[in-house]
Design a protein around this ligand. Structure first.
Ligand SMILES: [Zn+2]
Length: 279
């Protein structure tokens, strides 16, 4: 999801770390156009996605953590199975971290055997609660959506969630929405919106480099999917083929979102396949 956002934020450093306002210990590590949450506790550090596929982000990530605390890095929790978020975790493994992911993520990782992806040590099915160093972190499975292995991580005290690629911040879903389940994605968005939280840390910054979202972002993403679905349904009912649907469907309400130019035609094709062919 890199190109459109990077164009607007070209002045950023390659990576940076931001403490989330109003918290004592919740941080966002961003490397290029990916970001991940980490939580510093008295007993050690809880890291989420390594975001280091075939690039030296993990080295920077660990150096950034070491500027804040010498405490051990105890956990690495994967948001879902996609390599652009979970690649490159070996440096954390070498430090003794325990890796946790949804059970479907572990199955996928074991099947594909990428040398760049550390296999999880522990798995989550529906829910797991980590109570560690005075912090509570819930790992919640809300069903199939952007993948079949996405965990929503919720800090109940801080009312913060970390959810990756399910709720792009003012952004279209990536390309042809590969690995995404329709219409389950919409159900997941409704479930996430019904949870108790105020702020969302996403897996990619939105337009202008915005790193944190709100429930408005969930509602807007749901509205986009519903508007897209309705527009594709209408085009199909009017007998339009793929090419005409792609040419004629415009959703100007979302023009300013990242990915609108390159991804809208591909998102249209995904919904066309689902509505017209049931695939
Ligand atoms: Zn993904």
């Amino acid at each position: 999801m890199a190109t459109p956002v990077l164009a607007q934020t070209a002045q950023r450093p390659v990576y940076d770390t931001t403490k989330v306002d109003g918290t004592d210990n919740v941080y966002i590590f961003r490397y290029e156009n990916h970001q991940a949450m980490f939580v510093v506790t008295k007993a050690g550090v809880i890291v989420t996605d390594p975001i280091s596929p075939r690039r030296p982000a993990a080295k920077a990530y660990i150096e950034e953590i070491r500027k804040i605390t010498p405490a051990p890095i105890r956990y690495v929790i994967y948001s879902h199975s996609h390599y652009d978020h979970i690649g490159g975790g070996q440096r954390f493994k070498d430090l003794g971290a325990t890796f946790i992911a949804h059970k479907n993520a572990k199955a996928r990782i074991e099947e594909l055997k990428s040398a760049d992806v550390v296999v999880p040590d522990q798995v989550v099915d529906k829910k797991k609660v980590i109570r560690f160093g005075g912090t509570t972190l819930e790992l919640l499975y809300v069903g199939r959506n952007h993948s079949d292995s996405s965990l929503v991580m919720r800090l109940p005290k801080e009312k913060i969630i970390f959810a990756v690629d399910i709720i792009p911040l003012q952004g279209l879903p990536f390309r042809v929405m590969a690995d995404t389940y329709l219409p389950d994605l919409e159900e997941s968005l409704k479930k996430v919106n019904a949870m108790d939280w105020d702020r969302l840390i996403a897996g990619h910054p939105g337009p202008g480099g915005r790193q944190i979202g709100t429930k408005d972002d969930v509602r807007n993403q749901l509205a986009y999917l519903q508007d897209l679905s309705a527009a594709v349904k209408k085009a199909i009912s009017e007998g339009k083929n793929y090419a005409d649907a792609v040419k004629e469907i415009k959703l100007p309400k979302y023009e300013q979102w990242s990915g609108y130019g390159p991804y809208l035609p591909l998102n249209i094709e995904r919904y066309y396949d689902y509505i017209y062919r049931g695939i």
